[in-house]
Unconditional design. Structure first.
Length: 543
């Protein structure tokens, strides 16, 4: 690409990176409008989250009918969801079906890892270095990177010494893993571990859970969707998606807008009892708004859920170890469970509390704590992700003047609308840090952001613009707004990935706030980005 003709004419108008839910829809929108676009995917198949996370128990905790794409009425009528909360194999089949239906595969490149992406100011192009030695160029770069796609292993001594099978849940082997009769360790009790433990407890020979800190969780109450119910849903999709558009989180669960303290305690408890027995996020998102902002209100709800845990775990001492003490219920992303607490009533399931007996090292035969050595055949690390920014920082992304995105985000992300970064022209992030996608029903947020991004590209094409870049002042103002929203939310105290408090991520200082996500709700975010567009993309320089 050294000659002048090649340097002035990029290989593609747009390169999309990532073949998950976001990347698939983004590619479809671009091709539909006639853009010369390609999609690069590290994996050997599309699917993103639903390609990589093959661990037993992996499934939606959003309702299946609200997780699917809404852009095609034909697609909505053709696809039948089998479960209220669909499992990983079916979810991958769905995304494969979408790609085939809209003829997207010819425009996707698999086993294609991006090592570096550098903006060339002279030609207004992005130049991508691939791990296979190729270099590709494009006018625009759209990282459609998953919020939870950069898995992190714990930093224990001897982690490479173990002689059995060991892997992160994100990298669950493609070949079958024999669990029957095996001595299995699960390190971690976050969202992934909660799904996994409930699924495998009755299948393994012996299961030991190493808990770093307990998480709140509530019953998923999954079930089948009958053909009759699915037919009814297909007639009501417009209504269903309209409800999602009105709710702060983009789910079908609408908050109770009555003032918390105006509702008698007996009535609050009765409502919680009802919500606890219903499917999905109702106990979290159909609750009073004050449970997210008022310490006393949240403490009361947390006490209610704690009693539910104690009632479901036979051993009172063990039950108490499963009740979180360092944060309240629902102040960080709530995982949903199936038979999770009942797993601990089994004779073959044991809990090791790492706050009492920390892991000293991984050995050839298993895991050694400060108290004892435990032997295993399989060790599963359910130890989470370098969330939101991690996938971006694993690519050497450099903007104007060679500035590094990783260095710019060293103390936390800085964006405009969560979709652009000052100093990084023509890079558009539909699910970027500080956007609403992380705090909403993911596909609902994805369609909103992808449509906005695509409208911007069409606007530029129609008017002859070739470059767009966020103003530094607009970026600062957006960062201030995002930070202010944290101040009213109890999640500011939580150690979840919304705040970036994670000692497991190298370079992230434990206890230091990273303003990772936008907490203003989908309706406000939609109105904000619509107003920016109506004002000819105010806050951005188009040239």
């Amino acid at each position: 690409m050294g000659d002048d003709a090649t340097s002035m004419n990029p290989d593609y108008e747009v390169i999309v990176v990532g073949a998950g839910v976001c990347g698939i829809y983004q590619l479809h929108r671009l091709l539909d409008l006639g853009f010369n676009a390609t999609l690069l995917e590290t994996g050997s198949n599309l699917g993103g989250t639903w390609f990589w996370n093959r661990y037993p128990g992996a499934r939606f905790d959003s309702e299946s009918i609200t997780y699917g794409y809404s852009f095609s009425e034909e697609l909505l009528q053709e696809w039948d969801w089998k479960e209220r909360f669909s499992g990983q194999p079916e979810n991958l089949r769905y995304l494969e079906y979408v790609a085939e239906k809209f003829d997207l595969r010819p425009h996707m490149q698999f086993d294609c890892n991006v090592d570096a992406a550098v903006f060339d100011d002279a030609t207004t192009q992005w130049r991508l270095q691939l791990s296979d030695g190729r270099e590709l160029s494009s006018r625009f770069l759209i990282p459609a990177l998953g919020l939870l796609s950069a898995p992190t292993l714990p930093r224990y001594d001897g982690i490479d010494d173990f002689e059995g099978q060991a892997f992160h849940t994100y990298n669950w082997p493609t070949e079958p893993v024999t669990l029957e009769g095996k001595l299995v360790a699960v390190v971690g009790t976050g969202a992934t571990a909660i799904q996994l433990i409930g699924e495998i407890a009755d299948k393994v020979g012996d299961l030991t859970v190493f808990q770093r800190r307990p998480n709140w969780t509530a019953p998923l109450h999954n079930g089948e969707i009958s053909p009759e119910e699915m037919a009814d849903i297909k007639e009501r999709y417009d209504e269903i998606f309209a409800v999602c558009a009105r709710t702060p989180g983009g789910f079908i669960h609408q908050p109770d807008r009555r003032p918390y303290w105006d509702v008698p305690r007996e009535e609050r408890l009765a409502m919680w009892e009802k919500l606890y027995t219903e499917p999905g996020f109702g106990i979290w998102l159909s609750n009073f708004r004050e449970t997210f902002t008022d310490e006393a209100a949240n403490a009361e709800l947390s006490a209610f859920i704690a009693d539910k845990i104690r009632a479901r775990v036979n051993d009172p001492v063990l039950a108490e170890k499963l009740v979180p003490k360092d944060h309240g219920f629902g102040v960080q992303r709530l995982p949903m469970e199936t038979h999770y607490y009942e797993a601990y009533n089994r004779d073959n399931v044991h809990l090791v509390d790492l706050q009492e007996t920390p892991i000293d090292r991984i050995t050839a035969r298993g895991i050694r704590t400060t108290e004892a050595e435990h032997e295993f055949d399989i060790i599963v690390f359910a130890t989470g992700f370098d969330a939101v920014t991690g996938a971006y920082e694993r690519v050497d992304i450099r903007g104007v003047g060679g500035q590094s995105l990783k260095e710019k985000w060293a103390d936390g992300p800085a964006t405009y609308l969560g979709m652009q970064v000052a100093g990084f022209p023509n890079m558009l992030m539909p699910t970027g840090p500080q956007s609403a996608s992380a705090t909403t029903n993911f596909p609902r947020g994805i369609e909103l952001a992808v449509d906005w991004t695509t409208d911007l590209l069409e606007y530029m094409r129609d008017r002859g613009y070739t470059r767009v870049e966020a103003d530094a002042e607009s970026e600062r103002a957006w960062g201030k707004k995002v930070a202010e929203l944290y101040e009213i939310m109890l999640l500011r105290k939580a150690q979840g990935w919304f705040t970036g408090y994670n000692s497991n991520v190298e370079g992230h200082e434990q206890g230091k706030m990273r303003y990772q996500v936008y907490n203003g709700g989908t309706p406000k975010y939609r109105a904000t980005i619509a107003e920016v567009a109506e004002r000819d993309y105010e806050g951005m320089q188009l040239t």
